[in-house]
Design a protein around this ligand. Structure first.
Ligand code: OSB
Ligand code: MG
Length: 378
């Protein structure tokens, strides 16, 4: 695959409703999309960074700069055999996993299209259908949250994740558990607590949660390892895990018993596969996290979720939960039993609605290899 051209587009998209987490409320998104062209074939990826550095340290704007000034120059004009070589080429760039992942995943899409294979098959996936859960933003009061849970269960979702923050935690989880004694429940704190809150966090042990996600500092595994010894509830790490070495360290020090894999956060499909393999070999469950992606990021999440280690329902839900109109065709749909049937078309398996992308584009940058042979348009 000769990497001829990289096209960055920023799209502005309004979420159907506000999404509140412990680090803030998100109403609309500014999302950078990557289209990479190799030998006349386009592949697509999405930067999953948020607008501000409140989930992790990356942002849409910073990723844009890193992609233009550092990632693209390392890749343009290069001839690679497989997308699995990309992370090696990008090794000089430290951090910025979400920026790298956008290009890495786009190149996996190209490779799959070139080979006429659905991406999930190229990745080594084995499940033609994946299990879906939902992530519910923080609500005003427990009653409102119960209403939201009821709706999602009616739609078939197999697991409910409740976002929590100090003051909107125990009562909310307790009320939902009381109303739905059998439902698979979990809570996600997005780093809102400290080890000093351990006594308080132990109270969640009463609710038979599948896990509590990232209760402590976004970049600290040591405190999580201390906390895990005090909790019955398994800790799942999200923010802390940026690469396969982090995953290994977390397992070795007992900082978690479950890992949430997000393609952006770990730098793309190659790293995601390595983490999945490591966890599978240790009997540690993984699941696919979400970052309020458009259908492009969502399609990559679906492909990744077909790997056999993804034994728990992911935050991979229908396009219609977040968007009035998605960027792909067909939109991601969830069956009444809370699953997504994985598409069989080559590449990400969905068609990018380029007209719609164009309409929503607020920023555009085309980067070409010197002597790429691609004619410069108008
Ligand atoms: O921590 O999993 C998270 C959304 C934005 C930032 C962080 C997280 C989330 C979610 C939403 O929980 C998951 C989704 O895309 O449905
Ligand atoms: Mg999380």
């Amino acid at each position: 695959m000769k990497i001829d051209e990289i096209i960055l587009r920023e799209v502005g998209m309004r979420l159907k409703g506000p999404f509140e987490t412990s680090f803030g409320t998100i109403c609309g998104r500014r999302i950078a999309l990557v289209e990479v062209r190799c030998d006349g074939i386009s592949g697509w990826g999405e930067v999953t960074a948020a607008e501000g550095p409140f989930y992790n340290s990356e942002t849409t704007d910073i990723a844009w700069i890193v992609l233009c000034n550092f990632v693209a120059p390392l890749l343009l004009g290069k001839n690679i055999k497989t997308a699995s070589e990309v992370m090696q080429l990008l090794e000089p760039i430290r951090g910025h996993e979400m920026a790298k992942a956008a290009l890495e995943t786009a190149l996996w899409d190209v490779e799959a299209r070139q080979k006429g294979l659905p991406l999930w098959r190229l990745l080594g996936g084995t499940r033609p259908e994946i299990a879906c859960g939902v992530s519910l933003g923080i609500r005003h009061d427990p009653q409102e949250l119960i209403g939201a849970v009821e709706k999602e269960l009616k739609d078939g979702y197999q697991r409910i994740k409740i976002k929590i923050k100090p003051g909107k935690d125990l009562d909310f989880v307790s009320a939902v558990r009381k109303q739905f004694p059998k439902t698979r429940l979990m809570a996600d704190a997005n780093s809102a607590y400290r080890l000093a809150d351990a006594e308080f966090l132990r109270k969640f042990d009463a609710f038979e949660l599948m896990m509590i996600e990232q209760p402590l500092e976004w970049d600290d595994m040591y405190h999580h390892s201390k906390l895990q010894t005090l909790l019955k509830t398994p800790i799942c790490l999200d923010e802390c895990i940026h690469n396969p070495d982090h995953a290994e360290a977390a397992l070795n020090m007992g900082a978690c018993r479950i890992i949430n894999i997000k393609l952006g956060r770990v730098g793309g499909h190659s790293h995601a596969r390595q983490i999945e393999e490591l966890c599978r070999s240790r009997g540690v469950p993984v699941w696919c996290g979400g970052m309020l992606e458009t259908g492009i990021g969502r399609a990559h999440n679906i492909a990744m979720s077909t790997l056999s280690g993804f034994v728990l329902p992911g935050d991979v839900s229908a396009s219609q939960r977040y968007w009035d109109e998605d960027l792909i065709e067909p939109e991601v749909q969830v069956t009444p039993s809370g699953t997504i049937r994985v598409p069989t078309a080559p590449g990400i398996g969905y068609t990018v609605r380029t007209k719609r992308v164009e309409q929503l584009t607020t920023r555009l940058e085309t980067l070409r290899a010197v002597n790429s042979g691609v004619p410069v348009a108008g």
